[in-house]
Design a protein around this ligand. Structure first.
Ligand code: NDP
Length: 244
């Protein structure tokens, strides 16, 4: 099986490091042109310079005007936008009773509203071209909930509802929309976890290892490929068996 995305343009939010960067690398390996995105344009440019056929874009996905401008600029620079990966995400963990309004809003705006805005803006072009792939990076905690992550879990569960609704609305135009729910993946986000929490988490994973960013990246590439052309509105859990 060879995944061939030649001629497609992919926009991957939050692709300066971690899972997003691996997705950008992998989609480029499969032949796609890739828009690398982070808050700092210079950083995005530096990452893009290391990937074949990529360009860097600066965008704070929590700012609606930035997201709309990003989609416009990518379409202008590359001539089309065929694959949208909503990956950018943040955590602001605390027990529910202690979550400040601002921390609730920051997480919902960065993780959920951003995805809605990017989908709304990019789907017009996909509808005209009668081809599109939208992948939302959710999380297993969007399925299970998690103590100390009310805001984050709500944003990730929201992405699942968004995914299924968009899948239903856009299916007739050959636009597929799916979510990936990663488990515990080794990135800066999880490096911030206390050692005891990591050890406790590892004990729950049947495959007894943390996931690598590439595990999520290849799942994304598969969902973008022709091999997945009958899959839409699904949540693919990639977690070493943690949630089943
Ligand atoms: P990292 O913290 O390692 O990377 C986050 C990326 O998002 C960076 O490229 C960062 O870019 C970008 N980003 C953050 N905020 C913004 C913003 N406001 N605007 C634009 N870009 C932004 O995260 P991971 O790679 O670990 O996670 C990627 C996604 O996967 C997230 O949605 C996360 O919730 C999800 N996930 C991760 C899991 C894990 O175990 N790691 C498990 C389940 C889900 P920059 O700093 O350059 O702006």
């Amino acid at each position: 099986m060879k995944i061939d995305l030649t001629g497609k343009t992919a926009l991957v939010t939050g692709s300066t490091r971690g899972i997003g960067r691996a997705i950008a690398d992998t989609l480029a390996t499969c032949g796609a042109r890739v828009a690398v995105v982070g808050r700092d344009k210079a950083k995005a440019d530096a990452v893009a310079a290391e990937i074949a056929n990529a360009r860097g874009f600066g965008c704070d996905v929590s700012a609606p005007a930035d997201v709309l401008r990003l989609v416009e600029n990518v379409e202008k620079e590359f001539g089309s936008l065929d694959i949208l990966v909503n990956n950018a995400g943040i955590t602001k963990d605390n027990l529910m009773l202690r979550i400040k309004d601002d921390d609730w809003d920051a997480v919902i705006d960065s993780n959920l509203r951003s995805a809605f805005l990017a989908i709304r803006a990019s789907s017009r072009g996909m509808m005209k071209r009668r081809w599109g792939r939208i992948i939302n990076i959710s999380s297993v905690v969007g399925l299970t909930g998690n103590k100390g992550q009310t805001n984050y879990a709500a944003s990730k569960a929201g992405l699942i509802g968004l995914t299924k609704s968009v899948a239903k609305e856009l299916a007739s135009r050959n636009i597929l929309c799916n979510a990936i729910a990663p488990g515990f993946i080794e990135t800066d986000m999880t490096a911030a976890m206390p050692e005891e929490a990591r050890t406790a988490m590892m004990a729950q994973i049947p495959l007894a290892r943390l996931g690598a960013p590439a595990d999520i990246a290849w799942t994304t590439a598969f969902l973008c490929s022709e091999y997945a052309s009958y899959i839409t509105g699904q949540v693919l859990v990639v977690d070493g068996g943690l949630v089943m």
